[in-house]
Design a protein around this ligand. Structure first.
Ligand code: GSH
Length: 368
């Protein structure tokens, strides 16, 4: 919800964009929790301040009413949950909480490549989106519009398409990640309103990042979604409209069987990628090659942030005890996630050793 007038002083200021993956995820969370916020476009005029305060200009960045700045939606949501505990989006059940964090991380990071591919490799989408970015974030920059738009398209193609391993040899696989996700999610939303039952939880917000502002709203993937996965399309509206005060309902017990195809994907594709990335990080490499589900990716950029992701996932498992730990191990083993979760012992990203996130200097995905 956007705060108005006098409320603005108590509202969180969210620096981001109306077309951004992670801004959409964060906004959906704030809207659901009914936490007042105001979205402010990340123009070049505010980038400097955001960069100085958070150490990065990634979106969203959030300024709290008490003057503190936050960056990175995963720790931002985790911290906000500690301040606004009811109703919890991180399930209280420790096994469900662990599996939800795994799905949030998978959705955040693994659907990023296909989301950027659909937006920037398809000419019509790229023309439209570069126009929207310029209108929202760069209207007063004194450069001709066509040049700003072309510059954005080239930057995104260089950094997130060609620079992230997308080319003739991988394109089909990258697209298959989206198409399979639609199938997996559609089967779930055909039977229940949210991923874990009758209320949204962390995994919903994780998938919402790519599914809303990219796949749902960009022309090419949006048409595919409407045609193939109408239940996913309906869930986008349902989650965007959901408010905690009027979303009563129960959660499933345990981990729904319908999550299995997604968990297998985590074990087959995402965790092996995280391991190859962490191994490359350990050897101080800048890029690495890896085969995922039979497709060879060349020269993927090493991501220190994703070394941290692997560390975090290992840490979440280590924090489990008793029957939740046994059940989580069983869940991971059944879905081929156990071995790749531990394949790289002590990934050692060196990022955020104090555990200060989201109040620490941010680490953009491909920065070292
Ligand atoms: N892990 C971060 C990722 C944030 C992120 O990568 N945001 C994108 C926009 S959706 C961004 O700001 N990219 C910066 C760029 O392309 O320069 C989060 O969850 O907030």
């Amino acid at each position: 919800m956007t705060a108005r007038g006098g409320e603005a002083t108590r509202a969180i200021q969210v620096y981001g964009s109306a077309i951004s993956y992670f801004t959409g995820k964060f906004e959906a969370y704030l809207r659901y929790k009914e936490i007042a916020y105001q979205r402010i476009p990340m123009t070049p005029f505010v980038r400097g301040t955001v960069g100085r305060r958070t150490g990065t200009t990634q979106m969203p960045a959030a300024l709290l009413p008490d003057g503190r700045w936050m960056t990175d939606t995963t720790p931002m949501i985790a911290w906000l949950e500690s301040q606004h505990p009811e109703p919890a989006v991180i399930p209280r059940d420790p096994l469900q909480a662990f599996a939800s964090r795994l799905l949030e991380d998978y959705a955040d990071e693994w659907l990023w490549r296909p989301a950027l591919h659909y937006r920037w490799s398809h000419r019509g989408d790229a023309l439209l989106l570069s126009r929207r970015i310029v209108a929202e974030m760069m209207p007063h920059v004194p450069i001709p519009g066509w040049l700003k738009r072309a510059g954005i398209r080239q930057r995104q193609l260089r950094r997130y398409v060609r620079g992230d391993g997308i080319g003739p040899g991988t394109r089909t696989h990258v697209e298959s990640i989206y198409l399979r996700s639609l199938e997996q999610l559609d089967a779930i939303f055909a039977c229940q309103p949210f991923l874990l039952g009758e209320r949204p939880t962390l995994a919903d917000f994780g998938f919402f990042a790519s599914m809303f502002r990219h796949f749902g709203l960009d022309p090419t993937p949006g048409a595919i979604m409407q045609e193939r996965a109408p239940h996913v399309f309906a869930w986008l509206g349902r989650l965007w409209e959901a408010r905690a005060s009027r979303t009563q309902g129960t959660l499933a017990s345990g981990i729904p069987g319908a999550w299995s195809p997604i968990l297998r994907e985590v074990g087959e594709a995402y965790l092996p990628y995280l391991c190859a990335n962490a191994e490359a990080w350990k050897t101080n490499a800048r890029c690495f090659d890896v085969t995922i589900q039979g497709t060879r990716y060349h020269e993927l950029p090493v991501s220190r942030y994703r070394v941290w992701c692997l560390e975090q996932l290992q840490g979440h498992f280590e924090a489990l005890s008793g029957s939740a730990r046994t059940s989580a191990m069983e869940l991971l083993k059944t879905h081929g996630c156990w071995e790749p979760l531990w394949h790289v012992a002590a990934p050692s990203s060196g990022y955020d050793p104090e555990g200060a996130a989201p109040f620490t200097r941010g680490l953009p995905v491909f920065s070292r």
